[in-house]
Design a protein around this ligand. Sequence first.
Ligand SMILES: NC(=O)c1ccc[n+]([C@@H]2O[C@H](COP(=O)([O-])OP(=O)(O)OC[C@H]3O[C@@H](n4cnc5c(N)ncnc54)[C@H](OP(=O)(O)O)[C@@H]3O)[C@@H](O)[C@H]2O)c1
Length: 294
Amino acid sequence: MAVLIDGKKIADEVKAELKIQIAELKEKIHRIPGLVTILVGNNPASESYVKSKLKSCDELGMHSVIEKLDESVSENELLEIIEKYNRNDKFHGILVQLPLPKHISEDKVIEAISPYKDVDGFHPISVGNLVIGKDTFYPCTPYGIQELLIRYKIETKGKHVVVVGRSNIVGKPIANIMVQKKEGANSIVTVCHSAAKDLTKFTKDADILIAAIGVPNFIKEDMVKDGVVVIDVGINRVEDPSSKKGYRIVGDVDFDNVQKKASYITPVPGGVGLMTVAMLMKNTFISFKKFNLI
Ligand SMILES: NC(=O)c1ccc[n+]([C@@H]2O[C@H](COP(=O)([O-])OP(=O)(O)OC[C@H]3O[C@@H](n4cnc5c(N)ncnc54)[C@H](OP(=O)(O)O)[C@@H]3O)[C@@H](O)[C@H]2O)c1
């Protein structure tokens, strides 16, 4: 039976360490990190994500503002607001909650954020720096995956990491992180996607399998080898009349069966998902330290 990778425990550890460091710096330089989250419209899922970010900032002693904008805000107005925060020294991180309404270009918005405050790590300059191995902001979910592997002391050097999914927020960045010649990486990386004719050929060879597909219970036990480390990024709703809400959340991995073969596995919920906000806090703190030349 696999060891469960406890995302809550590790996220709490990361946040507790940050809280101490933030308090120490506040004492020393009388400044604190600041994060602004820009939310356009009333998407309930986005509202709930934004609230959890605000709550974490409060817990850690960081300055935090939610800039809530009406669905009808124009692209230009939004770009001007971003520019205002680019110039505001109280904020070291700017995050625009995605998705945005259709009349606003996500690319333009992401590119308007100063790369110095790009704590989501989605700006093309951050992405480019990641690819060439320079110091940069890693996107929060993949950064959280690497943190889990490091804190569970899972060997990554020379291991075959197979990523299923090539999105810009998970698949591609985690592949680019794991291929770096650095601690917690230095892996042999394969990226798979929907054009793979025989996916199992790749997944079965994985020492570490990272599933970021968005299809409930997609990875089955016959697709993995004994002893595999499984990182399940998926967050999928499936109908469940027995639950109060009428649904439950499952990952991209058929957890009950795959855990019998795996050496380590992340549960859903309780695994990768909880790391994302913790790493956003870490990125904001890193940005704050850089700004203050610490
Ligand atoms: N904080 C978190 O924990 C967090 C953050 C982000 C996402 N997620 C979750 O992670 C999952 C993936 O998110 P995402 O944004 O990366 O998804 P996405 O943009 O929809 O990308 C899904 C990827 O999976 C690939 N794929 C789909 N069906 C496949 C198949 N049958 N065989 C092989 N590859 C297949 C797609 O291939 P193509 O490129 O060929 O279409 C695509 O590259 C979702 O459940 C999402 O909710 C969690």
